[in-house]
Design a protein around this ligand. Structure first.
Ligand SMILES: *[C@@H]1O[C@H](CO)[C@@H](O)[C@H](O)[C@H]1NC(C)=O
Ligand SMILES: *[C@@H]1O[C@H](CO)[C@@H](O)[C@H](O)[C@H]1NC(C)=O
Ligand SMILES: *[C@@H]1O[C@H](CO)[C@@H](O)[C@H](O)[C@H]1NC(C)=O
Ligand SMILES: *[C@@H]1O[C@H](CO)[C@@H](O)[C@H](O)[C@H]1NC(C)=O
Length: 278
Protein backbone atom coordinates (compact mmCIF):
# COMPACT_ATOMS: atom_id res chain seq x y z
CA UNK A 1 0.00 0.00 0.00
CA UNK A 2 2.63 2.44 1.03
CA UNK A 3 4.05 3.92 -2.11
CA UNK A 4 7.27 5.87 -1.96
CA UNK A 5 8.59 8.12 -4.63
CA UNK A 6 11.78 9.38 -3.08
CA UNK A 7 12.60 12.92 -4.01
CA UNK A 8 16.10 13.70 -2.99
CA UNK A 9 17.34 17.21 -2.63
CA UNK A 10 21.07 17.37 -2.22
CA UNK A 11 21.89 20.82 -1.15
CA UNK A 12 24.51 22.54 -3.22
CA UNK A 13 27.53 23.02 -1.05
CA UNK A 14 27.75 26.59 -2.26
CA UNK A 15 24.43 27.35 -0.58
CA UNK A 16 25.35 25.89 2.78
CA UNK A 17 28.87 27.31 2.72
CA UNK A 18 27.42 30.77 2.43
CA UNK A 19 25.47 30.06 5.62
CA UNK A 20 28.38 29.05 7.82
CA UNK A 21 28.53 30.82 11.11
CA UNK A 22 25.43 32.87 10.56
CA UNK A 23 22.23 32.57 12.50
CA UNK A 24 19.86 32.26 9.62
CA UNK A 25 16.13 32.49 9.75
CA UNK A 26 15.21 31.22 6.35
CA UNK A 27 12.38 33.71 6.01
CA UNK A 28 14.74 36.67 6.37
CA UNK A 29 16.25 35.49 3.16
CA UNK A 30 12.91 35.12 1.49
CA UNK A 31 13.01 31.34 1.71
CA UNK A 32 9.95 29.35 2.35
CA UNK A 33 9.81 26.21 4.47
CA UNK A 34 10.54 23.11 2.44
CA UNK A 35 7.23 21.43 1.67
CA UNK A 36 7.41 17.69 2.27
CA UNK A 37 5.03 16.16 -0.22
CA UNK A 38 6.31 12.68 0.39
CA UNK A 39 9.98 12.48 1.23
CA UNK A 40 12.92 14.87 1.21
CA UNK A 41 16.55 14.00 1.91
CA UNK A 42 18.99 16.73 2.84
CA UNK A 43 22.73 16.14 2.82
CA UNK A 44 25.61 18.18 4.20
CA UNK A 45 27.83 19.90 4.67
CA UNK A 46 25.68 21.91 7.03
CA UNK A 47 26.95 25.10 8.58
CA UNK A 48 26.82 25.81 12.27
CA UNK A 49 23.50 27.36 13.33
CA UNK A 50 22.04 26.61 9.97
CA UNK A 51 18.26 26.39 10.18
CA UNK A 52 15.85 24.46 8.04
CA UNK A 53 12.09 24.69 8.18
CA UNK A 54 9.78 21.98 6.90
CA UNK A 55 6.08 21.62 6.55
CA UNK A 56 3.66 19.11 5.19
CA UNK A 57 -0.08 18.65 4.66
CA UNK A 58 -2.00 20.14 7.60
CA UNK A 59 -3.41 16.88 8.93
CA UNK A 60 -0.12 15.00 8.63
CA UNK A 61 3.05 15.04 10.68
CA UNK A 62 6.77 14.86 9.87
CA UNK A 63 9.04 11.89 10.49
CA UNK A 64 12.82 12.31 10.75
CA UNK A 65 15.52 9.73 10.49
CA UNK A 66 19.14 9.54 9.53
CA UNK A 67 20.03 7.47 6.50
CA UNK A 68 22.81 5.02 7.39
CA UNK A 69 23.06 6.40 10.87
CA UNK A 70 21.62 6.90 14.27
CA UNK A 71 19.22 9.69 15.15
CA UNK A 72 20.37 9.76 18.78
CA UNK A 73 23.96 10.47 17.76
CA UNK A 74 22.80 13.01 15.23
CA UNK A 75 21.17 14.94 18.05
CA UNK A 76 24.66 16.00 19.10
CA UNK A 77 24.72 18.08 15.96
CA UNK A 78 21.18 19.09 15.43
CA UNK A 79 17.94 19.76 17.23
CA UNK A 80 14.54 19.09 15.73
CA UNK A 81 11.74 21.35 16.93
CA UNK A 82 8.06 20.50 16.83
CA UNK A 83 6.76 23.62 15.11
CA UNK A 84 7.52 26.58 12.89
CA UNK A 85 10.51 28.01 14.80
CA UNK A 86 13.48 27.11 17.00
CA UNK A 87 11.53 28.09 20.12
CA UNK A 88 9.10 25.22 19.56
CA UNK A 89 9.66 22.28 21.93
CA UNK A 90 12.14 19.62 20.93
CA UNK A 91 10.75 16.57 19.21
CA UNK A 92 10.75 13.68 21.65
CA UNK A 93 11.19 9.99 21.08
CA UNK A 94 7.87 8.23 20.54
CA UNK A 95 5.20 7.49 23.02
CA UNK A 96 5.64 4.10 24.68
CA UNK A 97 2.14 2.84 23.92
CA UNK A 98 2.76 3.15 20.22
CA UNK A 99 6.25 1.68 20.37
CA UNK A 100 4.83 -1.31 22.18
CA UNK A 101 2.63 -2.17 19.23
CA UNK A 102 4.95 -1.00 16.48
CA UNK A 103 7.04 -3.39 14.49
CA UNK A 104 10.48 -4.07 15.86
CA UNK A 105 13.22 -3.28 13.41
CA UNK A 106 11.78 -0.11 11.93
CA UNK A 107 14.44 2.56 11.69
CA UNK A 108 14.60 4.89 14.65
CA UNK A 109 12.43 7.86 13.84
CA UNK A 110 11.48 11.13 15.49
CA UNK A 111 7.95 12.41 14.91
CA UNK A 112 6.51 15.87 15.24
CA UNK A 113 2.98 16.29 16.57
CA UNK A 114 2.26 19.17 14.19
CA UNK A 115 2.68 19.53 10.43
CA UNK A 116 5.70 21.81 10.85
CA UNK A 117 9.26 21.32 12.02
CA UNK A 118 12.41 23.39 12.41
CA UNK A 119 15.84 21.80 12.34
CA UNK A 120 18.80 23.66 13.75
CA UNK A 121 22.39 22.54 13.38
CA UNK A 122 24.27 23.35 16.57
CA UNK A 123 27.63 22.12 15.32
CA UNK A 124 28.95 21.21 11.94
CA UNK A 125 28.15 17.51 11.75
CA UNK A 126 30.33 14.71 10.60
CA UNK A 127 30.42 14.59 6.83
CA UNK A 128 27.89 12.72 4.77
CA UNK A 129 25.09 13.07 7.29
CA UNK A 130 21.85 12.59 5.41
CA UNK A 131 18.65 13.56 7.13
CA UNK A 132 15.45 12.06 5.73
CA UNK A 133 12.17 13.87 6.30
CA UNK A 134 8.95 12.07 5.42
CA UNK A 135 5.29 12.90 5.55
CA UNK A 136 3.68 10.54 8.07
CA UNK A 137 0.25 9.65 9.38
CA UNK A 138 -0.36 10.80 12.94
CA UNK A 139 -0.36 7.75 15.18
CA UNK A 140 -1.34 9.29 18.50
CA UNK A 141 -4.95 8.34 18.11
CA UNK A 142 -7.20 7.98 21.03
CA UNK A 143 -10.13 6.53 19.21
CA UNK A 144 -11.65 4.78 22.21
CA UNK A 145 -10.23 3.38 25.43
CA UNK A 146 -10.34 -0.07 23.82
CA UNK A 147 -7.92 0.89 21.07
CA UNK A 148 -4.30 -0.01 20.35
CA UNK A 149 -2.29 1.82 17.68
CA UNK A 150 1.15 1.29 16.23
CA UNK A 151 3.35 1.49 13.19
CA UNK A 152 3.04 -2.07 11.97
CA UNK A 153 4.16 -1.83 8.39
CA UNK A 154 6.56 1.08 7.98
CA UNK A 155 7.63 4.30 9.70
CA UNK A 156 4.96 6.48 8.14
CA UNK A 157 1.66 4.58 8.16
CA UNK A 158 -0.39 3.80 11.27
CA UNK A 159 -2.73 0.95 12.22
CA UNK A 160 -5.19 0.81 15.10
CA UNK A 161 -7.20 -2.12 16.45
CA UNK A 162 -10.60 -1.30 17.94
CA UNK A 163 -11.69 -3.90 20.46
CA UNK A 164 -15.41 -3.20 20.51
CA UNK A 165 -18.02 -5.10 18.52
CA UNK A 166 -19.95 -3.19 15.91
CA UNK A 167 -21.28 -3.90 12.44
CA UNK A 168 -19.19 -3.13 9.40
CA UNK A 169 -20.87 0.21 8.65
CA UNK A 170 -20.40 1.47 12.18
CA UNK A 171 -16.75 0.39 12.23
CA UNK A 172 -16.17 2.15 8.91
CA UNK A 173 -17.49 5.31 10.62
CA UNK A 174 -15.35 4.77 13.74
CA UNK A 175 -12.25 4.79 11.55
CA UNK A 176 -13.39 7.81 9.50
CA UNK A 177 -14.26 9.80 12.60
CA UNK A 178 -10.57 9.62 13.46
CA UNK A 179 -9.19 10.37 10.03
CA UNK A 180 -8.48 6.70 9.38
CA UNK A 181 -9.95 4.04 7.12
CA UNK A 182 -11.01 0.47 7.66
CA UNK A 183 -8.04 -1.71 6.76
CA UNK A 184 -7.38 -2.95 3.20
CA UNK A 185 -4.97 -5.84 2.77
CA UNK A 186 -3.56 -5.15 -0.60
CA UNK A 187 -0.51 -7.32 -0.10
CA UNK A 188 0.32 -10.49 1.77
CA UNK A 189 3.06 -8.63 3.63
CA UNK A 190 0.67 -6.00 4.97
CA UNK A 191 -1.76 -8.68 6.15
CA UNK A 192 1.06 -10.69 7.74
CA UNK A 193 2.40 -7.69 9.68
CA UNK A 194 -1.03 -6.83 11.06
CA UNK A 195 -1.72 -10.49 11.83
CA UNK A 196 1.56 -10.79 13.76
CA UNK A 197 0.62 -7.87 15.97
CA UNK A 198 -2.95 -8.68 16.89
CA UNK A 199 -3.26 -12.35 15.86
CA UNK A 200 -6.51 -13.58 14.33
CA UNK A 201 -8.18 -15.08 17.37
CA UNK A 202 -10.73 -12.30 17.43
CA UNK A 203 -12.35 -11.58 14.07
CA UNK A 204 -12.22 -8.06 12.74
CA UNK A 205 -13.73 -6.10 9.92
CA UNK A 206 -11.84 -5.03 6.81
CA UNK A 207 -12.98 -2.72 4.03
CA UNK A 208 -13.51 -5.48 1.44
CA UNK A 209 -17.15 -5.74 0.37
CA UNK A 210 -19.29 -6.76 -2.59
CA UNK A 211 -22.26 -4.72 -1.42
CA UNK A 212 -22.42 -2.74 -4.66
CA UNK A 213 -22.52 -5.79 -6.93
CA UNK A 214 -22.54 -9.40 -5.78
CA UNK A 215 -19.30 -11.10 -6.70
CA UNK A 216 -17.38 -7.87 -7.43
CA UNK A 217 -15.24 -7.34 -4.37
CA UNK A 218 -13.93 -3.89 -3.68
CA UNK A 219 -11.55 -2.54 -1.02
CA UNK A 220 -13.85 0.33 -0.13
CA UNK A 221 -11.23 2.33 1.76
CA UNK A 222 -9.16 2.79 -1.34
CA UNK A 223 -11.90 2.04 -3.92
CA UNK A 224 -9.60 -0.62 -5.36
CA UNK A 225 -11.39 -3.52 -7.03
CA UNK A 226 -10.11 -7.00 -6.28
CA UNK A 227 -9.07 -8.16 -9.73
CA UNK A 228 -7.97 -11.56 -10.96
CA UNK A 229 -4.38 -12.07 -9.98
CA UNK A 230 -4.54 -9.77 -6.94
CA UNK A 231 -3.59 -11.14 -3.55
CA UNK A 232 -6.46 -12.95 -1.80
CA UNK A 233 -6.62 -15.19 1.22
CA UNK A 234 -10.17 -16.58 1.21
CA UNK A 235 -11.13 -19.46 3.45
CA UNK A 236 -11.51 -22.62 1.33
CA UNK A 237 -14.88 -22.53 -0.44
CA UNK A 238 -15.44 -18.82 0.18
CA UNK A 239 -16.73 -16.44 -0.92
CA UNK A 240 -20.08 -18.06 -1.58
CA UNK A 241 -21.13 -17.68 -5.16
CA UNK A 242 -24.87 -17.56 -5.43
CA UNK A 243 -27.37 -15.06 -6.65
CA UNK A 244 -28.17 -12.19 -4.33
CA UNK A 245 -26.36 -13.67 -1.38
CA UNK A 246 -26.21 -11.43 1.63
CA UNK A 247 -22.72 -12.20 2.83
CA UNK A 248 -21.24 -9.03 1.47
CA UNK A 249 -18.47 -8.06 3.89
CA UNK A 250 -15.09 -9.65 4.49
CA UNK A 251 -14.30 -10.60 8.05
CA UNK A 252 -10.73 -11.57 8.88
CA UNK A 253 -9.88 -14.23 11.45
CA UNK A 254 -11.96 -15.66 14.29
CA UNK A 255 -12.81 -19.25 15.12
CA UNK A 256 -14.64 -19.90 11.85
CA UNK A 257 -12.23 -18.44 9.35
CA UNK A 258 -8.97 -18.74 11.34
CA UNK A 259 -6.35 -16.66 9.58
CA UNK A 260 -8.34 -16.50 6.36
CA UNK A 261 -10.88 -14.18 4.81
CA UNK A 262 -14.54 -15.04 5.24
CA UNK A 263 -17.59 -13.47 3.61
CA UNK A 264 -20.24 -12.73 6.19
CA UNK A 265 -23.35 -10.68 6.85
CA UNK A 266 -22.31 -7.01 7.14
CA UNK A 267 -24.71 -6.67 10.10
CA UNK A 268 -22.65 -9.07 12.20
CA UNK A 269 -20.76 -7.49 15.10
CA UNK A 270 -16.96 -7.59 15.19
CA UNK A 271 -13.79 -5.69 16.12
CA UNK A 272 -12.01 -3.61 13.51
CA UNK A 273 -8.63 -2.51 12.30
CA UNK A 274 -8.21 0.99 10.93
CA UNK A 275 -5.28 2.30 8.96
CA UNK A 276 -3.92 5.70 8.04
CA UNK A 277 -1.49 6.19 5.18
CA UNK A 278 0.66 9.29 4.82
C1 LIG B 1 -1.89 14.33 16.12
O1 LIG B 1 -2.63 13.73 17.16
C2 LIG B 1 -2.52 14.39 18.40
C3 LIG B 1 -3.27 13.57 19.43
O2 LIG B 1 -4.59 13.32 19.01
C4 LIG B 1 -3.04 15.81 18.29
O3 LIG B 1 -2.87 16.51 19.49
C5 LIG B 1 -2.28 16.52 17.17
O4 LIG B 1 -2.83 17.81 16.96
C6 LIG B 1 -2.36 15.74 15.88
N1 LIG B 1 -1.54 16.41 14.87
C7 LIG B 1 -1.99 16.72 13.64
C8 LIG B 1 -1.02 17.40 12.72
O5 LIG B 1 -3.12 16.45 13.27
C1 LIG C 1 -4.62 -5.99 -9.02
O1 LIG C 1 -4.77 -6.46 -10.34
C2 LIG C 1 -4.85 -5.43 -11.30
C3 LIG C 1 -5.19 -6.06 -12.65
O2 LIG C 1 -4.31 -7.10 -12.93
C4 LIG C 1 -3.53 -4.67 -11.32
O3 LIG C 1 -3.61 -3.61 -12.25
C5 LIG C 1 -3.28 -4.09 -9.94
O4 LIG C 1 -2.02 -3.47 -9.89
C6 LIG C 1 -3.31 -5.20 -8.89
N1 LIG C 1 -3.24 -4.58 -7.59
C7 LIG C 1 -2.44 -5.01 -6.63
C8 LIG C 1 -2.49 -4.27 -5.34
O5 LIG C 1 -1.69 -5.97 -6.78
C1 LIG D 1 -28.05 -10.44 8.36
O1 LIG D 1 -28.22 -9.94 9.67
C2 LIG D 1 -29.44 -9.22 9.85
C3 LIG D 1 -29.43 -8.61 11.25
O2 LIG D 1 -28.96 -9.51 12.18
C4 LIG D 1 -30.62 -10.15 9.61
O3 LIG D 1 -31.81 -9.43 9.72
C5 LIG D 1 -30.50 -10.75 8.22
O4 LIG D 1 -31.52 -11.71 8.03
C6 LIG D 1 -29.16 -11.43 8.05
N1 LIG D 1 -29.04 -11.92 6.69
C7 LIG D 1 -28.63 -13.17 6.42
C8 LIG D 1 -28.58 -13.55 4.99
O5 LIG D 1 -28.29 -13.94 7.29
C1 LIG E 1 -25.33 -1.12 12.01
O1 LIG E 1 -25.72 -0.78 13.32
C2 LIG E 1 -26.41 0.47 13.41
C3 LIG E 1 -26.68 0.74 14.88
O2 LIG E 1 -25.45 0.79 15.59
C4 LIG E 1 -27.70 0.40 12.62
O3 LIG E 1 -28.35 1.65 12.65
C5 LIG E 1 -27.39 0.03 11.17
O4 LIG E 1 -28.59 -0.16 10.46
C6 LIG E 1 -26.59 -1.26 11.13
N1 LIG E 1 -26.19 -1.50 9.74
C7 LIG E 1 -26.17 -2.73 9.23
C8 LIG E 1 -25.77 -2.87 7.80
O5 LIG E 1 -26.46 -3.71 9.88
Amino acid sequence: MAKTLPICIFILSVVSRSCYGTMLATEEYGWRPVFVDNEVVIGGPFGENFIWQFETQEDRILAFNILDGNIKEAQDFLSIHDGADIYSPNVLLGNDDIIQFSRKGLSETLYTTTSKATVQFAKTPISHLKLRIQKAANCSYNIKPETQCGRMVDEVSCYCAIFTNENQTDQTMSCLDNGMKLVSFESEEEEELVHRTWSTQIPFWTSLTDTRRDGSWLWESTMTPLSNGNYTNWFPGRPLIQESDQFNCMLYGGSTYLSFWGDVNCSALANAICEAQP
